[in-house]
Design a protein around this ligand. Structure first.
Ligand code: HEC
Length: 126
């Protein structure tokens, strides 16, 4: 029992604190949740002044998607203009780490697995 405790106590403690025991490849900033990779501080400094970083980290899309979001905020939400290099850094970062989530889409269900349509269709009502 004595021998066992030495290992069990710290492990249990870590589990109770919710400390992830599996090390993830991408380190994230504990304050914002942003992936800590090249350009992340620029994004933190420019993209968390008006709203939570969650809006950023929960969004995803192509570079164009991010660019149009930035333009939209600039035109309608009072977002400032960026120096071209700053904008590049932000877009590179967002497109790389918050790019389109292709692999989370599932293919559509085949018709045979779908429930019956409860509404009369044109063909039925004829
Ligand atoms: C000057 C203020 C301001 C700054 C700075 C700002 N935003 Fe926003 N952003 C807004 C406002 C206002 C909204 C709308 C919030 C809402 O719908 O509640 C918004 C919404 C968003 C959304 C959600 C859009 C949607 O489809 O719902 C994303 C994503 C976003 N911002 C990303 C960014 C990024 C990336 C940056 C940095 C380049 C940034 N924001 C900087 C004001 C700002």
């Amino acid at each position: 029992m004595k021998r066992f405790n030495r290992f069990a106590v710290p492990l249990l403690g870590a589990a109770m604190l919710g400390v992830p025991l599996i090390v993830t490849a991408q380190e994230t900033d504990p304050d914002t949740g942003l992936v800590m990779a090249e350009g992340w501080e620029t994004v933190r400094d420019n993209c968390t002044a008006c709203h939570s970083a969650n809006l950023v980290t929960q969004n995803s899309g192509t570079r164009n998607h991010w660019l149009s979001l930035i333009r939209w905020m600039q035109e309608t939400q009072g977002l400032w203009e960026f120096q071209p290099e700053t904008e590049e850094t932000i877009l590179d970062y967002l497109a790389e780490y918050y790019g389109p989530k292709e692999d989370t889409r599932r293919p559509p269900l085949p018709r045979t697995l779908m429930p019956d349509n409860p509404y009369p269709t044109v063909a039925d009502s004829g």
